[in-house]
Design a protein around this ligand. Structure first.
Ligand code: PLP
Length: 380
């Protein structure tokens, strides 16, 4: 026990343990709790990784990532954000770092940018890792309530900002709500952070999974090169176990993150980087279209019975437990588990226990059975 630091003791893992406990009760559940795609890595990407191993591409790479992947990402980001990040990458004002998943990037960013005495604004509900990494870095997570529409507005941020605030976490499309920030909000939040000299960290790991008709996904990076942009391969290509992501942002910050990566992760997995370079040219639109259909189905079936902020992306929905039931999120999930349906209580992702998260990254039959049970539960 004396070997465990206060840093680690400060991290409370009870939320996620509750989910494991719930899952352990069920043998073959109707599982709407999964936080990763249900499709496998496309064949050409698998082959590229296998070939890389066979051909001896098994050694450390440069800490910042292999040149081909960096060049490809630079070209793609420059095409997507020509006026901001594209220009900054060209001039050297911005840099790119290949990381061991977005998780790796988040860890590096927190250790690099915040510490004791600093506050980090975390829109609530949030991806659970955020608050733990902020705590690990010695800083203080400050939650910004975004109920009921889950939009991160400057007004909501302003309520929680203090002179100690240093960084704002922004995640669109969101885990756990699936809600996408509008272009206006991205721009307003960017401006808010600029005015107060706050670092904006934009976690866009679900960027490919967006279901609006707009060709361009709203992002803070569209209006500014000052944000730290993080994206990854885990969700887009079903590569969650391959540990590949990247961060692009202001050079002074990315340089320090690179230094820390050199003395911690060293580099992202070599064969994954090589396969990831090829992955960027693989068309995932069929999978995205399949999730768009499932999203529509979730909204269609649940909206008459649940208060639901329409999810514009990712593969989650975050409905509210109907008030007439008089149940907390946790109690509602227990009722679902009693019917062999696995979903996650809202308080795992939030200071509130009024909602639940379902994932529709599953086959149609599973989704239909799950939705049917949810509607029955809402009616009881
Ligand atoms: N950010 C968000 C919002 C996520 O939902 C996840 C995974 O669930 C991650 C980051 C971590 O992804 P990676 O596998 O790239 O570490």
């Amino acid at each position: 026990d004396r070997f465990i630091t206060d840093r680690l003791r400060a991290i409370d893992a009870s939320g996620i343990r509750r989910v494991f406990d719930l899952a352990a009760q069920l043998e073959d559940p109707i599982n709407l709790s999964i936080g990763q795609p249900d499709f496998d890595v496309p064949e050409p990407i698998k082959k590229a990784a296998a070939d890389a191993i066979d051909q001896g591409f098994n050694r450390y790479t440069q800490t910042q990532g292999i040149a081909d992947l960096r060049a490809k990402l630079t070209a793609d980001l420059s095409a997507e954000f020509p006026e901001t990040l594209g220009q900054a990458l060209t001039s050297g004002d911005a840099s790119l770092l290949i990381t061991s998943g977005v998780s790796g990037g988040l860890m590096l960013a927190m250790m690099t940018c915040v510490g004791p005495g600093d506050e980090v604004l975390i829109p609530d509900p949030y991806f659970v890792m955020y608050k733990h990494l902020v705590t690990l870095a010695g800083a203080t997570p400050v939650f910004v309530d975004t109920y009921p529409d889950f939009q991160v507005t400057p007004e909501r941020l302003a309520e929680k900002v203090t002179e100690r605030t240093k960084l704002v976490l922004f995640n669109t499309p969101s885990n756990p709500t699936g809600v996408m920030a509008t272009a206006e909000i991205c721009e307003a939040v960017t401006q808010f952070c600029a005015e107060r000299e706050l670092l904006l960290l934009s976690d866009e790991i679900y960027d490919v999974f967006q279901y609006t008709s707009d060709a361009t996904m709203p992002s803070p990076v569209r209006s500014s090169a000052d944000a730290l942009l993080m994206r990854g391969f885990s969700k887009t290509y079903g590569m969650t176990g391959w540990r590949l992501g990247y961060v692009a942002g202001p050079t002074p910050i990315v340089e320090q993150m690179t230094k820390l990566q050199q003395y911690s992760f060293v580099c992202a997995p070599s064969m994954t980087q090589l396969a990831g370079t090829l992955a960027l040219d693989v068309d995932m639109s069929e999978h995205v279209a399949a999730y768009a259909r499932k999203r529509d189905r979730v909204v269609e079936v649940l909206s008459p019975h649940f208060e639901l902020a329409v999810p514009g992306g990712a593969f989650y929905a975050f409905p509210k437990v109907p008030e007439h039931l008089g149940l907390t999120g946790t109690q509602f999930v227990e009722a679902a588990v009693a019917r062999n349906l696995l979903i996650i209580p809202g308080n795992v992702f939030s200071q509130h226990d009024t909602h639940f998260r379902l994932s529709y990254a599953c086959d149609d039959a599973t989704l239909e059975r799950g939705l049917e049970i949810l509607v029955e539960l809402a009616k009881t």
